[in-house]
Design a protein around this ligand. Structure first.
Ligand code: NAP
Ligand code: G4F
Length: 362
């Protein structure tokens, strides 16, 4: 049985990846941070009692801000695959806590790579690199596009990207970068723009809020559906040779277009509800990200099935259900028709987002 270690297992991607690996028959180990309140809502539906015989999902405490746990854990587990998904992942927040972001999102990667090297184990390492690293580089962006980072977060990710390549080329390690463009889902953190919009719509439809306050509506992103991106991450580690891959849809939409599509789907007029607030603007912005995924299509045979309008329907439906409203139901049908058995609406969507529901106005 293959064994995998996931940092960031409690996040959006970590939870989907854990489900995917369990479905592939792996023993999955996840690193979680000690918190005074429960922070495992996204993985509670796959949690296994450690007192059971041979649980296939096990959790370990650790924080990428410190080092003492990493070498021990990696040496003793000797996982076949390590997925480094942990990060302070919010771009705007990275301007407010740049040094912490550098510690965790940047240096955290080196701590893991160095622990792998020192432990002497043979493993495959996946680094969660980001399209944010491209920053100002003209679209479309591919594996050869030079990085022009525009935030402390992006700079930290560029550092991690290069450390991954340095350990690959310098020590012959199987270390690969997945350069993922924005990917979203009903499990997306509540303060990222797509989820903020779909939660806001549900709150407005329920009569709990009247307005949704957003920042820059002109920025364009290449938005896809997170579970499919975790299929790509897994695929990257199944290659014979370590390499770097751009993963995205290849289509850009502005924040305004996301707003329009989502409000229209919910039967609401966005102009009556959306207000632009300076509070959500950033010191620097990334204007346009569009993936050129020719390499991933050819070498990973990876082809996303969920498109922009599908994603919007899935996310609006899910947030409507969280608030106990009748959803329009298109999202559920799309998932049934386009995705396989491991991503069912009831298990992977409803149960989890009820657990992670929070305030709509943030
Ligand atoms: P997310 O939902 O914000 O999850 C981040 C995870 O990292 C959480 O499990 C979080 O734990 C953990 N974490 C944060 N600080 C930590 C620390 N100091 N020590 C240990 N764990 C820590 O992010 P995501 O959307 O799933 O993204 C996963 C990874 O892909 C991140 O590295 C992100 O930067 C990168 N990425 C994401 C996208 C995207 O569009 N989603 C695109 C490109 C790259 P808590 O639950 O305790 O906070
Ligand atoms: O949803 P966002 O916060 O995502 P952003 O900055 O693109 O970063 C995400 O994707 C990266 C991949 O490219 C990941 F690496 C990163 O970890 C994260 O997952 O913002 C998207 C756009 C930005 O241009 C932002 O300025 O939406 C704009 N926006 C407008 N109003 C807003 C808001 N963003 C947020 N979070 N909140 C707003 O009210």
């Amino acid at each position: 049985m293959k064994r995998a270690l996931i940092t960031g297992i409690t996040g959006q991607d970590g939870s989907y990846l854990a489900e995917l690996l369990l479905a592939h028959g792996y023993e999955v180990h996840g690193v979680i941070r000690r918190a005074s309140t429960f922070n495992t809502q996204r993985i509670d539906h796959i949690y296994q009692d450690p007192n059971e015989e041979n649980p296939r999902l096990r959790l370990h405490y650790g924080d990428l801000a410190s080092t003492e746990w990493i070498l021990d854990l990696i040496y003793h587990l000797a996982p076949d695959e390590i997925y480094n998904l942990a990060a302070q992942s919010h771009v705007k927040v990275s301007f407010e806590i740049p040094d912490y972001t550098g510690d965790v999102t940047g240096l955290g990667t080196t701590k893991i790579l160095e622990a792998i090297r020192r432990s002497g184990i043979k493993t495959k390492f996946y680094q969660a690199s980001s399209s944010e690293m491209f920053g100002r580089a003209p679209a479309p962006q591919d594996e050869a596009t030079p990085f022009q980072p525009r935030s402390p977060y992006a700079a930290a990710k560029v550092y991690s990207y290069w450390m991954t390549r340095i350990y690959r080329e310098g020590y012959g390690m199987f270390a690969a970068n997945g350069i993922l463009f924005n990917h979203e889902s009903p499990r997306r953190g509540e303060t990222f723009v797509t989820r903020k919009i779909t939660r806001g719509i549900a709150a407005i439809a329920a009569g709990r809020e009247q307005f949704l306050h957003l920042g820059n509506l002109d920025a364009q992103r290449d938005w896809g559906y997170a579970p499919e991106y975790m299929e790509a991450a897994w695929g990257i580690l199944q290659q014979e040779k370590p390499d770097d891959f751009v993963i995205g849809i290849g289509e850009a939409h502005s924040v305004r277009e996301f707003v329009e599509e989502a409000f229209t789907y919910a039967g609401l007029d966005w102009k009556a509800h959306v207000k632009v607030s300076e509070r959500y603007l950033r010191p620097l912005e990334v204007d346009r990200l569009v993936a050129n995924t020719a390499k991933a299509q050819k070498e990973l045979q990876w082809q996303p099935r969920i498109r922009f309008a599908d994603l919007v329907a899935i996310m609006v439906d899910a947030d409507m259900e969280v608030l106990g409203l009748q959803s329009l139901g298109k999202g559920k049908i799309i998932l049934e028709e386009k995705l396989g058995h491991w991503h069912q609406w009831h298990n992977s969507v409803s149960k989890v987002i009820r657990a992670t529901a929070g305030r709509a106005s943030e």
